[in-house]
Design a binder for this molecule. Structure first.
Ligand SMILES: [Ca+2]
Length: 124
């Protein structure tokens, strides 16, 4: 088994056309093109040479809709989740769990509201 040199390991965002950095084009959670912000649902891939060895889905706590921002749009999605009107799953559900306990509750809602109002920050 050969050792992997640090120079041979490349970490890229999926769909990054250059594969040389993590600042290139990457998809939003809804598949649309995103050229600046990294949001929930974006994928991070690790290549050794041309071989994909690991892929991670990014979770930005509080960014439920995957636009890379924590805003009132996310607050509405969290309210719908708590009320059972619209359910999130996968990385979006994890992003809603800002208290990092079991489920999504009013406790998460208060933390998200305080973040949006600038009273406190969500721990990432
Ligand atoms: Ca968002």
């Amino acid at each position: 088994m050969g050792a992997v040199s640090a120079a041979a390991v490349v970490v890229v965002l999926v769909n990054n056309k250059s594969r040389n950095s993590i600042t290139g084009i990457n998809p939003n959670a809804d598949g649309s093109e995103n050229t600046q912000t990294v949001g929930t649902g974006n994928k991070l891939a690790v290549y050794v040479g041309e071989t994909l060895v690991q892929q991670y889905e990014i979770v930005v706590y509080g960014d439920i809709n995957g636009d890379g921002k924590v805003s009132n749009l996310d607050l509405v999605l969290m309210q719908k989740q708590i009320l059972g009107i619209e359910s999130q799953s996968g990385s979006r559900l994890e992003a809603a769990n800002v208290s990092k306990d079991g489920g999504i509750s009013n406790k998460d809602l208060v933390i998200l509201q305080k973040h949006i109002l600038g009273i406190s920050q969500i721990d990432q």
